[in-house]
Design a protein around this ligand. Structure first.
Ligand code: GTP
Ligand code: MG
Length: 485
């Protein structure tokens, strides 16, 4: 037997022993919620928890539809060293006057939701109710893009990062960094000021690559844009250097210092994340803002496709390597969800789903061949619009009605968020291929306006009514439905 499979078998055995004894005490499921920045993670978790706690209508979540969920409540989480997901704060924003979207979050956080439910099996029902702990883990999708770094040494990574930065269309945003690079000698003695300067210019390029419509996703290292608590540390102060024809940089040189820091980044940042968090997940939902990519045009769509392929690569546990035996996730179900579907009329919800399925086709097939079930859907965790009809030039058009966020515009009209407005959002093409090929035209034809959250409904009994949503229940059924039997 090759050594890697021995290690893998041992790791699996150890893991399952630990799990088995823990499961005997209390069944627990670890649910990862990820997605690139602004994809909708915080809103998804807040809306999901509130819907379950406040008894929302979730007809496609079998256990709720069958009236078997008795109670849902929050409990202290078991991991002492992970920040708690600030549910109450995010809920307060969404139910404020006026309601606001929660603030952006930058690091990993966790929340334990416990469900008490009646089992379906007769003999189990006689014993009373069952309890399931759901540990929800919110982490930036950017961190998953670091996985390939574990396989690359500094010189290999430098070469690939520089090659990507030379892609056409990036010249404007790489000018300063490339000029600085050309003026330094990587074999010269290490100098902190030069390292900081290069790292800053490199980070500025990564930021601009995302902010502009060059790319809506990002390039590794993931923490350069989502630093968490490590901002300014040496492990985050490095940048690629021209390593053409170089085997290794001389000792004490700038190149050697950069290479050491790159390795430190892998050791102290990337590996611990995969080992301590990622590999412990049971189920995963990946949220994707497909509409923003379509809005950004073909380059943004192509970039999202690449980011999704790289992200989903992390869920392939099959490869026979020591790495995979240590970090491979035990995730057996993944949901890929296009968020913010309430920006479209329901005619287009299936089409949005089809576009995401097409975008992730290759990656999903690979994950499935490694034994993971993959489901693709479109959802709105918090529906900010309702549907209506409007007349234009004598024609009745299906519309969505909501409060556009202050500052949003359509044509010359600028909104101030004080009154609701009916928008004809346009339809996505039936053929997903067409949508991807013609994203330039879609950006012109389909109108995406950001809305503020809907007015919260206060209940006479105290608290707020569960948020309206689109297909949140289907996502839940796919993620945890089987554990509530
Ligand atoms: N209309 C609508 N907008 C949404 C929905 N979910 C998220 N949004 C919008 O997307 C923005 C980002 O949502 P978040 O939940 O904060 O996204 P995130 O992935 O946690 O973002 P970061 O914390 O910055 O990584 C919100 O401020 C809303 O404007 C939704 O279901 N419907
Ligand atoms: Mg967030």
């Amino acid at each position: 037997m090759p050594i890697s499979s021995v290690t893998r078998a041992t790791a699996d055995a150890l893991r399952s022993v630990g799990e088995f004894s823990a499961d005997l005490v209390q069944p627990t499921i670890r649910l990862g919620v990820t997605g690139l920045a602004r994809s909708g993670k915080t809103v998804f978790i807040t809306a999901l928890v509130h819907n379950l706690i406040a008894g929302g209508r979730l007809p496609f979540l079998d256990a709720v539809a069958q009236g078997r969920v008795l109670r849902a409540y929050l409990e202290p989480q078991p991991d002492y060293n992970v920040p708690r997901f600030e549910y109450e704060r995010h809920l307060a924003a969404l139910t404020g006057d006026p309601p606001r979207w929660p603030e952006s979050t930058r690091r990993i956080s966790q929340l334990r939701l416990t469900l008490e439910y009646q089992p379906t099996r007769f003999w189990k029902r006689q014993l009373g109710y069952d309890r399931l702990h759901i540990d929800i883990v919110d982490y930036p999708g950017e961190w998953l893009l670091d996985l390939p770094l574990l396989r690359l040494d500094y010189n290999e990574w430098s070469r690939s990062a520089l090659e990507q930065s030379r892609a056409s269309g990036r010249r404007k945003i790489t000018k300063d960094w490339h000029a600085a690079l050309a003026s330094i000698d990587a074999a010269a003695p290490a100098d902190e000021a030069v390292a900081v300067q290069l790292a800053d210019l490199f980070k500025a390029y990564l930021r601009e690559a995302r902010a502009d419509s060059y790319a809506i996703s990002t390039l590794p290292p993931g923490r350069f844009l989502m630093p968490g608590d490590l901002e300014g540390s040496p492990a985050l102060t490095f940048a690629p250097l021209d390593a053409t024809g170089v085997k290794s940089f001389p000792r004490g040189s700038l190149g050697a210092m950069m290479a050491n820091r790159y390795e430190a980044y892998k050791t102290h940042v990337v590996r611990p994340f995969f080992r301590d968090h990622f590999s412990r997940l049971d189920r995963q939902i990946v949220l994707v803002d497909v509409l923003a990519a379509l809005n950004g045009g073909p380059a943004a769509v192509a970039d999202l496709e690449r980011a999704m392929t790289e992200t989903l690569e992390c869920f392939r546990s099959g490869a026979n390597s020591l790495w995979s035996s240590l970090f491979a996730p035990r995730i057996d179900r993944i949901v890929l969800a296009a968020t913010k579907a309430d920006h479209l009329h329901h005619h287009s919800h299936d089409r949005l789903e089809a576009i995401l399925a097409r975008l992730t086709q290759t990656a999903a097939t690979r994950a499935e061949s490694a034994g993971t079930e993959v489901k693709v859907l479109a959802l709105a965790a918090l529906r900010a619009t309702r549907e209506g009809k409007a007349k234009r030039n004598g024609e009745v058009l299906p519309c969505i009605v909501g409060y556009p966020l202050a500052g949003e515009t359509i044509g010359r009209r600028k909104f101030d968020s004080s009154e609701p407005f009916a928008i004809f959002p346009g339809d996505l093409p039936e053929d997903p291929e067409l949508a991807l090929l013609a994203s330039e035209t879609i950006a012109d034809e389909v109108r995406f306006v950001r809305f503020r959250p809907p007015d919260p409904v206060r209940l006479p009994s105290g608290g707020f009514a569960p948020f309206p949503n689109i297909r949140l229940d289907r996502a839940l059924q796919a993620l945890i439905g089987d554990r509530l039997k």
